[in-house]
Ligand binder design. Structure first.
Ligand code: GDP
Ligand code: IMO
Ligand code: MG
Length: 432
């Protein structure tokens, strides 16, 4: 069975959406397995931009089925808006293109309110969340009190569960945070108004569906959200998201066994960005960082916040290769590096007087590291119109080779622009 996992190898926004869209041409299924609408995955086709938050990035391909698995936390308002936008654009022509697990967790307005209230209460210790209610929703799931997608189709259960949970949420919002509370009937009415639209996408057991598909030889992509360094356990805790973002999560979040995965593709930018708070060793608050931000249009696809920028970080990427078991890499946004006289690559960290190539696992240590940067001569040529790898300037090839060698992992795809077409192929994805 051949399942391929696509994961972010940095702090999110590496270009996962673009790569999933490109690969979906050859995929029968694309499965989202974690996260929620904190994700913003941008696809550009013939100049038209589509930003997806919950719907898997295979949706622009008519023959690719998209699955939202049990590990996803799903904002009902956001989902309905996204479906309507896709329909307006002429995509998602038939409901059998999108299948939503009855086990997926629901995000309701009180989750967003709690997310905002908690951030506000943290004053100068803010995580800088996307405000989409992700943390509070996963808390409910772990505490076994969450509403799930299947509850929508059982009005009595829905009412009972909502009544119970609202008591606790309202107490928290009012007494702990001094915020507005929610009324049961308003919420119920709002949720029920969405059931009609969403019922056609209901799938009781997406894990069975995906299993059968793989067993019959169908090609399945598992689309990660966020990035390795935002993982709840292995990221720069507490400056992380609330789900497991690494490749293993594709199994738990969609309900398939690890032996069903044949490849893990790590997506990385040719430099590094981070949005939100937390340590970032190669961050550059100077003209180079500002140039990367401007040329790379580094503003969040979900919140519009400016992304912090810095050189590529091999120490962090080696950690990502190891945690995810990355077998192949995609190098994104190489075009953004055109015009720099020299290009930095962080090969090591200095920590407590020692040089190391091991990623320090605590945020406190990571805050203290100094990056050791090796510089490579840059290139002036515009890469966005290239069709072939052999047309890359020699200095660009040297940079790519150095990164690939350092990570001891083949770089199979190089991306030189946001559009689907601006992709230089090294190796086809579904080859043996
Ligand atoms: P994701 O969250 O990993 O899917 O990434 P985002 O969509 O949040 O951010 C990546 C941004 O870079 C989007 O605006 C993409 O359109 C854009 N992008 C992707 N690949 C390339 C590339 O090779 N070059 C340039 N210039 N932009 C790219
Ligand atoms: P994609 O899938 C980049 C960051 C937030 C914040 C932290 C916690 O587009 O790569 P959360 O709302 O999840 O509780 O926020 O995680 N974050 C992302 N950063 N890309 C994302 O998704 C992100 N999703 C969450 O900025 O620092
Ligand atoms: Mg994004």
């Amino acid at each position: 069975m051949s399942g391929i996992v696509i994961v972010g190898a940095q702090y999110g926004d590496e270009g996962k959406g673009k790569i999933v869209d490109v690969f979906s041409d050859h995929a029968d299924f694309v499965v989202r397995f974690q996260g929620g609408s904190n994700a913003g995955h941008t696809l550009v086709v013939d100049g038209q931009k589509v930003v997806l938050h919950l719907v898997p990035s295979g949706i622009l391909h008519r023959d690719t089925k998209c699955v939202i698995g049990p590990g996803v936390v799903m904002d009902l308002d956001g989902l309905v808006a996204e479906i309507q936008t896709l329909e307006k654009l002429g995509y998602l022509k038939s409901p059998d293109q999108l299948l939503i697990s009855e086990l997926a967790t629901l995000i309701l307005p009180y989750h967003r309110a709690l997310d905002a209230a908690r951030e506000e209460s943290l004053s100068d210790q803010k995580i800088g969340t996307t405000g989409k209610g992700i943390g509070p929703a996963y808390e409910d799931r772990a505490a076994r009190r969450a509403l799930i997608f299947g509850d929508l189709f059982h009005p009595e259960t829905l009412k009972q569960k909502l009544e119970l949970i609202l008591e606790e949420k309202n107490a928290l919002l009012k007494q702990v945070y001094g915020k507005k509370t929610f009324k049961l009937n308003d919420l119920l009415e709002d949720v029920q108004s969405k059931v009609k639209l969403l019922k056609d996408f209901r799938c009781t057991d997406t894990s069975l569906l995906v299993h059968k598909a793989m067993k019959s030889g169908k090609k399945v992509l598992f689309e990660g959200a966020q990035g390795t360094l935002l993982d709840i356990l292995h990221g720069t805790y507490p400056f992380v998201t609330s789900s497991s973002t690494i490749a293993g999560s594709a199994c738990t979040g969609s309900g398939i066994g690890p032996t069903s995965i044949s490849k893990v593709i790590g997506i990385m930018k040719a430099y590094t960005t981070r949005v939100g708070a937390g340590p970032f060793p190669t961050e550059m608050n100077d003209v180079i960082g500002a140039t990367l931000q401007k040329t790379g249009h580094e503003f969040g696809s979900t919140t519009g916040r400016p992304r912090r920028c810095g050189w590529i970080d091999i120490v962090a990427l080696k950690y990502a290769v190891r945690l995810n078991g990355i077998t192949n890499l995609a190098l994104m946004k190489l075009d953004v590096l055109s015009g720099f006289e020299r290009i930095g690559v962080c090969t090591h960290y200095r920590l407590n007087g020692e040089t190391t190539s091991d990623f320090p696992v605590t945020a406190a240590d990571l805050e203290k590291v100094e990056p050791v940067i090796e510089y490579f001569p840059g290139w002036k040529e515009d890469l966005t119109k290239l069709n072939s790898l052999k047309d890359l300037p020699r200095n660009a090839t040297n940079f790519i080779d150095f990164v690939g060698n350092q990570l001891a992992t083949p770089i199979d795809v190089i991306s030189v622009g946001p559009d689907r077409e601006q992709t230089l192929w090294v190796k086809p994805l579904f080859s043996a």
